[in-house]
Design a protein around this ligand. Sequence first.
Ligand code: MTE
Ligand code: HPA
Ligand code: MOS
Length: 762
Amino acid sequence: MKHIDSNTHVRGESVYLDDIPLVSGTLYAAVFDSPVAHGKIKSLDTSEAAAMRGVAGIFTSKDIPGENQIGGIIPDEELLAGTHVHFCGMPIALVVADSEESARAAVKKIKAEFELLPIITDPREAKEKGELIIPPRTFQLGDTHAAWSQCEHIFEGRTETNGQEHLYIETQGAYAIPQENGAIRIYSSTQGPTAVQRTAARVLGLSMNQVEVDTTRLGGGFGGKEDQATTWGVLCALAAILVKKPVKYALSRIEDMRMTGKRHPYSADFKIGLNKQLKIVAYEATFYQNAGAAADLSPAVMERTLFHCTNSYYVPNVKATAYSCRTNLPPNTAFRGFGGPQGMFVIEAAIATAAEQLHIPASDIQEKNLIQSGDTFPYGQIAVSEANECWSKTNRLYGIKKLQQEITDFNNRNPLRKKGIALMPICFGISFTKTLMNQARSLVHVYTDGSVGISTGAVEMGQGVNTKMLQVAATIFSIPSEKIKVNTTNTYRIANTSPTAASAAADLNGKATEIACTIILQRLKQLAADDLKVPADSLTLKEECLYAHGEKTNWSWKKLVTAAYVNRISLSELAHYTPPDIHFDATKEKGHPFTYHVYGTAIVAVTVDCLRGIYEFDSVKVVHDFGSSMNKLIDIGQCEGGIVQGIGWMTMEELLYDQEGRLRSNALSTYKVPDIYSVPKEIIVQALETTKENAAIFRSKAVGEPPLMYGIGAYFALRNAVKAFNPTATIPFDAPMTPEKVLMSLYPVPALEEIKEEEKKP
Ligand code: MTE
Ligand code: HPA
Ligand code: MOS
């Protein structure tokens, strides 16, 4: 089954926020945002801007009728800066005008003066100064302190991973239309319609039932619109209420890159101990998360870093501590993997350090330590593992040792081009780590002509969740997909939704849809069972025909639906689903937080041009644990997209904030993401075929985020290629490994060191 949006996508007919037909009288908003990273607002002069042609209003924090507060987890973030600004790009004033051009021109005429305050951009410095978003947390298993004495080899090190711009193709935006009796409708490009609704109500002083949020689809979210779409939805709603006119704001790319948060950069320290047999005996890690100026989702992201700090390995003695550090950068936020990749990078770096020191391939250590069913994760959950299955199938299909030998041979033959290879096993927990968020509802209507409408809390952002919802209904009702429509995500139809995130939307909303359809089907069957005088459970629907004990009856789908209507039996159902048996005790840091885990193994191979430092990825070969995929086309697409996005994070995407907290890589000319020329020449994704039961929808495991983490292998493949050229290179674990960094590490740079020494002399 194809992605149900494929036709309209290709024809340019899919409706995104910017395609919504505008109501007459619509005004346009633009934000005046802080040019400094930290300061007290001394003066704000909007008079010249207000006098400009077409300007309908300029609003500041003083105009907010409710609470000037948008913080979701912690109430620490103002919508519009009151007395202080905490990051470059923090919204201060909102201009509303009769065109986008007038609004943006007026923004340029706003004058502000600031009393500058000290700026922190480094998370370790923030931690030293006590600038923490929440108290630190520690996950612990066994006793690392006692375990070091059992280790044959102990290695320590430090790692840095940089942030990542989401670069959804559709920028952030919203369109708010005032409704009768003071209510408001907000069209929002958000992963979390309920978050927009709740926050708009809080800021406007309305009750939630007066705020309707509607989302058709997103041109990508990747986590960047889980929390941070709220700002724009609420700003439009605020302006719309104040000017009593519809207000729209679709950010330009530069505004979006400047004002929104990104993946969290992390700095970390590790210590790893192995025994003679290369078993990891003990592992310690300390994570410094660069949260930015407000909490946003940072506490939850930090928690997932801890959950995934041992990746796909069993380590009997673990101690991992994380600090969420407040800096003067835009608040960082969810990004595919949600802190998991940042945790996994560190243990991979620890293993690479051990391998380099012991002169063995890292894969020798990785393979020996893969988690097995029955092993305990540091947070207490017992693994039901596919790690070894994925690894051994990878080995069967591609021959790990053979590939490594081919690379060695190539490197021996080629003086100026070197290849590197790395294995990347993954393990990702499926469920929101905040247990209460794991709930969803689905509203299914069967209409009297036999067509079906589905509404859920899931937001379509390219990942194909609507296609999966449709497949669920088509399968349960056994009717063709043409008879089914998936509706927009709307807070009036489905209330109190969790954001579409944590890769869990298909499971949660799919299971709710399955329940709703099954309940309606049960009613239809009962009707026919009474007529046919057979038990309802002897009836099955196949291709719109009803069978009793396998024998075709004269009941069709259409006839069932009509009969139900005539007999005044409900053809609608609102169903609720929550996964059973998940819990977590944050005081003990133990529990069973995940419904299940997704596993996989990738082999990443790269060729480095050792004259120029540039590189090309030859291949990514994967065995991925789909459970039993309900849509191979979509799921393989998710793998390919995730892999490329992960490689981008690890290799070429270089976010740069200067000392003043200003984003220098603020446009597509200075921030490079993978394009068609830089994607791997070959991506092969094979499914691990399993018959094991799992709690996913139709046994089709969540697939949205896990594949991104295969991209981490790209960093280590590159590192190995560089080492093949310059075996004595000391390469800091500092991702991304840009071509510049590759070039610098290919050659010893005594000349440069000498110059630096010269400069130091008085
Ligand atoms: N795929 C596309 N095409 N666009 C996206 O924005 N977001 C990813 C992933 N795949 C994303 C995507 C992220 S961060 C998540 S959490 C999941 O999709 C969310 O959708 P799901 O729960 O339906 O997998
Ligand atoms: N994953 C993704 N998004 C989230 C989570 C999570 O665990 N918790 C809250 N938002
Ligand atoms: Mo995804 S980072 O959970 O939106």
